[in-house]
Design a protein around this ligand. Structure first.
Ligand code: TEU
Ligand code: CA
Length: 542
């Protein structure tokens, strides 16, 4: 495999609305991000993935774009954006932009035009169909609930929206539209960005008449064309968001000789706590054995071909420490355990803002406290279907997207230092204890564990390129694996539980000093290992 700069990188995701407000309007902005670059440099990351900052009416917090060439007024100006790119570059941080091109906002000028008449020159940029027997063309559903088809009274046709009604799907079969997207991508690439994170990119080859959404027959042709016309001419990284990708799909999207993407996000592991064939709201406890199986399969299968993206969190997922750890008694230990487990795997790690200080899910008790369109739609639907409020809130508090979107907790002052005004979404009340200021003061904080993991990655090719091997696949509470590179071998062990665990991993007693550990342990004896709750460590065994 040819080595690539982004294989060595650690990416940090910024959700701009909630990162840092610079002018007191309660909304994070680009100037705010610039103020915090030194912090990110201290953490050691090399890439920022910036969730959308383009002009948008915010039906889906920026994932509904009305102008790809302009910045959302609340976030700042194009000058601010240019300054952010330049200031980040000074700190050796490159900026990956979110690319949302499966759909636009209904306020995008193309859609405003397209809606005017069936013969409008932009009509075919979107997906329109005649009614069938006075109803929607078929029963395709939207990810955010309800039908994926919305009727337009004026022109008497339905348009497709796989997400909210205000996010009409683009028609990728239209070549003019595709080329306009490529021009737009080149506009951004010319600014010197570090690449793109591609929103639901597996959907662009959809064939709605056949009920095909992900992985349509032309998705790879479109990505290869996009690669040739845009980012393939730059040394940048691309990561596709592919919610339903199997390993075989991932190899097609990210195989080295495929000329498509650098890597994709797979979601198999974060779907393990939902009931099979049901929605994310239908909860089920995680089985560690399944988690190990899924993550290890991706590790093994992409060892020679393709490349893994490693993540626990993003702006759509609940906070990992609350989800599968213990965000009370063992918050620090479990947060560090997740960090160690993930950053020692093969692939490019992604950190979601606040993860590095162990931010937790927030709890809501009334629907007026929710913001996210997905949650609000689900609430309406389930109330109608007769679910109890109690059940609904259990789902929202476990899985709702607002959990990860509460403002970044910078210090102990009002609103966690996020804003001098009233935040757009309530700050988690635990900000006085959990915040960056506190984390930087405490040498044993979660922050310094992440910093050390990132530093280790810079020093050891083993972490980037070493071969992965799972140990103890059937053990219900221990997650252990090795990484080997040349003559060298490291062992990673984590106690994924709240109780003490004992195990013997060696015939002979050992006296190994940890490369990193989340407990104050001088040395590890693998013959008689005693692991405290959530204990995780790395030792060199060869
Ligand atoms: O997410 C794609 C997607 O399918 C998510 O809606 C995901 O399934 C859901 O959040 C799980 O609850 C991307 C973006 O990351 C998301 O924020 C957008 O809302 C969505 O696309 C539409 O652009
Ligand atoms: Ca602001």
């Amino acid at each position: 495999m040819n080595k690539k700069w982004w294989q060595n990188a650690v990416v940090y995701q910024v959700y701009p609305r909630s990162f840092q407000d610079s002018n007191g309007d309660g909304i994070g902005d680009i100037k705010g991000i610039i103020q915090r670059l030194d912090y990110l440099q201290k953490l050691g990351i090399n890439v920022i993935w910036l969730s959308p900052v383009y002009q948008s009416p915010n039906d889906d917090n920026g994932y509904d774009i009305s102008d790809y060439y302009n910045i959302m007024a609340e976030f700042g100006t194009m000058e601010d954006m240019d300054e952010l790119i330049a200031e980040a570059k000074k700190r050796n941080i490159s900026l990956v932009m979110d690319l949302v091109v499966n759909h636009t906002s209904d306020e995008h000028k193309w859609f405003v035009e397209a809606k005017k008449a069936t013969d409008n020159e932009y009509r075919d940029y979107y997906v329109w169909r005649d009614p069938v027997d006075g109803k929607a063309p078929n029963d395709l559903g939207s990810v955010f609930g309800g039908s994926a088809w919305e009727y337009d009274d004026e022109t008497e046709q339905y348009f497709l929206h796989l997400f909210s009604k205000r996010q009409p799907d683009l028609n990728w079969d239209n070549k003019e539209m595709r080329y306009e997207i490529y021009d737009m991508m080149n506009f951004w690439l010319e600014k010197g960005i570090g690449g793109f994170r591609m929103d639901v990119i597996e959907l662009i080859g959809k064939v709605p008449d056949e009920g095909i959404t992900a992985n349509g027959p032309l998705v790879h042709d479109y990505l290869q064309e996009m690669n040739r016309k845009t980012f393939g001419n730059y040394d940048v990284m691309t990561v596709g968001e592919t919610n339903s990708a199997t390993i075989e799909d991932a190899k097609l999207f990210s195989g080295e000789d495929r000329q498509e993407l650098s890597m994709v996000f797979q979601f198999e592991h974060v779907n393990l706590d939902q009931q099979p064939n049901k929605s994310k709201w239908d909860l089920k406890p995680l089985s560690l054995i399944e988690l190990k199986e899924v993550l290890s399969r991706w590790q093994y299968e992409l060892q020679e071909e393709g490349w893994n993206s490693l993540f626990w969190n993003n702006h759509d997922q609940p906070r990992i420490v609350s989800r599968w750890g213990n965000d009370q008694e063992f918050r620090v230990e479990s947060a560090k355990m997740f960090a160690i487990l993930l950053h020692m795997m093969k692939g490019t790690p992604y950190i979601y803002q606040g993860e590095e200080i162990g931010m937790t899910n927030s709890v809501i008790t009334d629907i007026s406290q929710a913001d996210d369109v997905e949650t609000l739609n689900m609430y309406r639907e389930r109330i109608e279907e007769g679910y109890s409020e109690k059940e609904i809130f259990e789902s929202i508090n476990a899985k709702g997207r607002d959990n990860a979107r509460t403002p970044m907790q910078w210090d102990h002052t009002a609103e966690g230092g996020f804003t001098s005004g009233k935040p757009w979404l309530a700050v988690n009340p635990n900000y006085s204890a959990i915040n960056v200021e506190q984390a930087l003061k405490d040498k044993e904080s979660i922050f310094y564990c992440y910093q050390k993991l990132i530093q280790l990655r810079k020093e050891h090719s083993l972490i980037v390129y070493g071969k992965y091997e799972l140990l103890l696949p059937d053990h219900p509470t221990l997650f252990a694996y090795t990484r080997s590179y040349g003559e060298e071998k490291w062992l990673i062990v984590a106690n994924f539980s709240e109780t003490e665990n004992q195990i013997s991993l060696s015939q002979e007693p050992t006296d190994l000093k940890p490369i990193i550990s989340n407990r104050k342990v001088e040395s590890y004896n693998l013959k008689e290992l005693i692991l405290s709750p959530y204990e995780a460590f790395v030792v060199k065994v060869d």
